[in-house]
Design a protein around this ligand. Sequence first.
Ligand code: Q0Z
Length: 304
Amino acid sequence: MTASLDDLALIARGKVREMYDLERVGEEGPTLLMVASDRISTYDAVHPTPIPDKGKVLTGLSVFWFERTEEIVANHLVSTVAGVPPEVLGRALVVRRLEMLPVECVVRGYITGSGWKDYQATGSVSGIALPQGLRESERLPEPIFTPSTKADVGHDEAIDFDGAVELVGDRALMERVRDASIELYSFAAEHAREHGVILADTKFEFGLDNSDPDAAPALVLGDEVLTPDSSRYWPAEGYEVGHSQPSFDKQYVRDWAAASGWDKRPPAPAIPDDVVAGTRGRYIEAYELITGEPFQQWLERTGA
Ligand code: Q0Z
């Protein structure tokens, strides 16, 4: 018997997602329910207007990547249907409960965002010296691992690799996390590029599975993976170095917000219907380009 969402204990709430405790302890130990909403944020503020199907697109994309990266590293996905309350089918996952590592594992293949700011100021990012003369949005000679702290409120703070080792308390483990992060990014960026999309950078979160008291804790990939909310995806068409690139998914909202005169401080304004529709179309287009299947198939597979 599957519980209703109302019967579950909310254990964490993000800007656009919720995490619930699933009482049921199965074969794989304690589990959680990770629920993606249709909420959208721009400039760190959540708009009052949802984007229909956004939560389902992001959940389907996470599953696509979890299923294709199991050989690189184990992940926390347990089920997309069994144990998922009917009202959140298609936008929720049953996941193994992990002991999360206290670092955000950012990998960058292109120089943009805070990495571009740091590079302009210092010539390096997270303690990694980069070639001189890079231009904004340029592809890096190789992907770099640029960890950050997990701030409860406000912005994550960039740290170097030794800072991440200190937070995690285990250098050998942190080396495995870095190597897995770079392999995951490289795999996904190559796949995306073959489908007309540039994966500029992304963020992973790892944890340890302690559910077997007789085994060593296993390193497991958690959270959402390689979604437009945890990554920068750019359309390959029109990509050009020397300036910032439009976001694959959020550019309609950002362009509208800029023209609306909103000063980018909370509260974020309601989004007009045509911008909602265009943005929903971009999310579905991203799903279909990256996975190569109609979004409808995700809805059907999950009974959404
Ligand atoms: C993920 C987050 C969300 C708010 C905790 N497998 C796991 N085991 C233990 N903890 C987590 C996970 Cl994924 C975990 N977050 C981030 C997700 C809503 C915060 F859906 N926090």
